[in-house]
Design a protein around this ligand. Structure first.
Ligand SMILES: *Cc1c(COP(=O)(O)O)cnc(C)c1O
Length: 408
């Protein structure tokens, strides 16, 4: 039995989808690193918005518009407090981590010159690689890679030796979505700053498990996707230090982001609106705030402690299977297990597990360079959330064994 202080049975009651049956079996949802499930408390906020005060924000004089604006700006303040940003306008609401990173990559176009160097970690999600490659094509900057080792940890000595007076930007995920590794981001940030470089940390995979204090980290940019923290899809945030957000030009032009428009000249709105062109996902922003409130009510310390328990148990149980190999064995990791069984394609295991009601991810997890490093086509990835149970771990282990018996 669990030794956690959390009442998991009660928490599970909050998530209507967990009552679902799949192929005649209870759903075992272990694809939380791809997207987390949504509690009734957040669903209610979404229904309430569309039922009671759906209206456009920031410009209406009427009551509904004012209510919607207030709720949207309250959500921004919830995020500001949660991540300890100095100012609410340092929180830019976006459609997610991908959008946030593209915004920064676009903003740096005019700030870089040929020969400038950018450092990317070897374990990034494609969304923290491709926008920078596109930036390099636009500017002539050079992308260099911070390598990793067999355990799935960054080789920090090499990182330090890569930093030099030409380094302008360093980007790295806080937690790897494919391996679960928690990267030493404070060390990465401090060393980059000493070299005069700015740092973007992709927090998409960290936010479900821990609270990043952007001031304590002194990070320049930090990105989050709402759908990985029990919130809706298509919503997220970019934290940016005010001085950087002021330096960067707007990302998109349109309504909401201007101060004054004439055909001769347009001036831009103040932060955060400068980076929020067009009508945003108003309901999504409000629901994002509600999701953060929901997770804080459970408590991130209790969440991390329980998920670590699940991780240790699942790792031990899976390793008892013959031919099992786990990728990502860093000492410091979150509740993500990427694995393969000798001689079996990950896709085949994933497909058979689905027939047993067990949802896992298979493939390269949008991190092909990691798969190339291990010289594999992909992995099966089981990722655990605070609403998962040891019984579900047992179902996964039994499911893998059954799949093996069918495939070998
Ligand atoms: C999910 C994820 C992303 C992409 O997030 P989107 O919500 O698809 O924009 C980027 N990086 C990491 C580490 C992720 O886990």
């Amino acid at each position: 039995m669990e030794t956690t202080t959390l009442d998991i049975a009660k928490i599970r009651q909050d998530f209507p989808i967990l009552k679902r049956q799949l192929h005649g079996r209870p759903l075992v949802y272990l694809d939380n690193a791809a997207t987390s499930q949504t509690p009734q408390q957040v669903i209610d906020v979404i229904v309430d918005y569309y039922s009671r005060y759906n209206a456009n924000i920031h410009r209406g004089v009427h009551t509904l518009s004012q209510e919607a604006t207030e709720a949207y700006e309250n959500a921004r303040q919830t995020l500001q407090k949660h991540f300890n940003a100095r100012k609410a306008h340092e929180i830019i609401l976006t459609s997610g981590t991908t959008h946030s990173i593209n915004l920064v990559a676009s903003g740096f176009t005019s700030l870089l010159k040929k020969g400038d160097e950018l450092l990317v970690s070897a374990m990034e999600h494609h969304s923290n690689i491709v926008p920078w490659q596109m930036l390099c094509e636009r500017t002539g900057a050079i992308l260099k890679v911070i390598p990793m080792n067999e355990e799935g940890e960054l080789i920090m000595d090499t990182y330090h030796s890569l930093l030099n007076e030409n380094t302008r930007l360093v980007f790295c995920n806080h937690v790897s979505n494919a391996l679960g590794t928690i990267n030493p981001i404070k060390e990465i940030i401090d060393a980059a700053h000493q070299a005069g470089a700015a740092v973007l940390i992709d927090g998409a995979q960290a936010a479900p498990h821990m609270i990043a204090d952007v001031q304590a980290l002194d990070v320049d940019f930090y990105t989050v996707s709402a759908h990985k923290v029990c919130g809706p899809t298509g919503m997220g945030m970019l934290y940016g230090k005010e001085e950087w957000l002021n330096k960067m030009p707007p990302y998109q032009g349109g309504g909401e982001m201007i101060a004054e428009v004439t055909f001769e000249k347009t001036t831009y709105a103040d932060l955060p609106h400068k980076f929020e062109a067009g009508t945003p996902d108003i309901c999504g922003g409000i629901a994002f705030g509600a999701a953060i409130d929901y997770m804080n009510a459970i408590g991130f310390e209790a969440i991390a402690a329980y998920e670590n328990e699940l991780l240790a148990y699942a790792t031990e149980q899976l390793l008892s299977i013959e031919g099992m190999k786990i990728y990502g064995t860093a000492a410091n990791k979150t509740s993500v297990i990427s694995f393969n069984v000798e001689g079996i394609h990950p896709y085949d295991i994933g497909t058979l597990l689905d027939k047993m009601g067990i949802a896992v991810r298979t493939g390269h997890h949008c991190a092909q360079p990691i798969m190339d490093y291990y010289q594999i086509p992909g992995t099966v990835r089981a990722s655990f959330c605070f609403y998962n149970t040891k019984e579900e771990v047992d179902a996964l282990v039994a499911g893998v064994q059954r799949a093996m018996a069918m495939l070998q």
